[in-house]
Design a protein. Structure first.
Length: 346
């Protein structure tokens, strides 16, 4: 185990913000964490778990000890009559893992293609896209306690998945609470892929692909290619333009609130949910407030998708946060809706 000092993090956050880790340890197995905790000088210090850096906004150098997750590996765990179970190390690139599953003839994750980040971050955020959420394909995960070094396993219920939410995003308010933010690091994640495979095609953009192509029964690979094409047309590549993907969650309102907004804004994009609530398109709300293409300093709103904030070159975390707060204020003043950011501000 080597503790690196003053490590540049610009390449380790998808916004491309310049910052440093005061100290960083590369974690390639649970043994690395256990060895770290055995050293008294490192055991008690605050720690920050860093995966692909695709869901963070760095506002300065990171003072806690950074645990850079680099646990690798991919394998088929189970080939049952009703499902396939596949496992990946938390440090694996998410999109590469999705592509690997298809290469191995293991369909089920194709709707989640091209989401930036690592496998370990996927359950933290309960990632989702084009009609599928991580929780729909989740089996279990292994994690390590950052205090005791104990390895434990969680199933879906214990992860407390919600919309872009999980137990890993919440801090335990008191002893006995199950919030795991800052207390645990994910090591491996297993996914349950149902048999027989059925395409999930209800999302409007996929419906349009079916209409345009004339392919009514696409293969998993075709769905994967469609999703990649759709995302590529709407969202900037973080390797070219720094960004954290969708910056705000799509808000949900009651049917009565939605009708009130529709009375004032007939064109608002909204989707009825199974629980009776209505989800509003945050990107539409932001665009309606005139933010698309606008900037604050070197941080801007992507000109093709108002839900995405971008680094136009040399943006600071402070500029990104200032822009985000200005957008929140505009949307609240016009629609009475508070937008909630997806990325964590560090």
């Amino acid at each position: 185990m080597i503790v690196e000092q003053n490590v540049p993090l610009q390449a380790h956050n998808s916004f491309g913000i310049v910052a440093k880790a005061r100290a960083l340890v590369r974690v390639r197995s649970e043994a690395d964490v256990q060895q770290l905790l055995a050293h008294g000088e490192h055991a008690a210090v605050p720690k920050f778990v860093l995966g692909g850096g695709s869901n963070i906004v760095l506002t300065g150098d990171v003072r806690p000890l950074v645990l850079k997750v680099e646990v690798m590996g991919r394998r088929l765990v189970e080939n049952g009559s009703k499902a396939l179970v596949v496992e990946a190390g938390a440090g694996e690139n998410w999109h590469d893992f999705v592509a690997w599953t298809l290469d191995q003839g293991l369909p089920g994750l194709e709707n989640l293609a091209q989401i930036p980040g690592t496998v370990g971050a996927s359950p933290v955020q309960n990632i989702g896209a084009y009609g599928v959420e991580l929780q729909d394909r989740f089996d279990s995960l292994d994690a390590i306690d950052l205090v005791t070094g104990r390895i434990f396993t969680l199933d879906a219920g214990q992860c407390a998945f919600g919309y872009r939410d999980s137990v890993f995003k919440h801090v335990a308010a008191k002893d006995g609470d199950f919030g795991l933010a800052g207390r645990a690091m994910i090591l491996r994640v297993r996914f349950r892929l149902p048999k027989p495979w059925k395409p999930v095609l209800g999302y409007l953009d996929l419906v349009r692909k079916i209409q345009d192509s004339g392919v009514t029964l696409p293969t998993a690979r075709q769905v994967f290619d469609w999703v990649c094409a759709i995302r590529g047309a709407k969202l900037p590549d973080p390797r070219v333009i720094g960004n954290a993907g969708s910056f705000f969650k799509n808000p949900t309102v009651t049917p009565e609130q939605c009708q009130d907004i529709i009375a004032r804004e007939p064109n608002i994009v909204h989707y009825p949910m199974p629980d009776g609530s209505v989800k509003l398109a945050a990107g539409w709300l932001i665009d309606a407030c005139g933010w698309k293409g606008k900037s604050v300093g070197n941080a801007g709103v992507y000109d093709k998708q108002a839900l995405v904030l971008v680094n136009r070159g040399g943006a600071t975390g402070g500029e990104v946060v200032t822009l985000a707060r200005a957008i929140q204020t505009s949307v609240y003043e016009r629609f009475g809706i508070r937008l909630e950011p997806e990325p964590v501000v560090v």
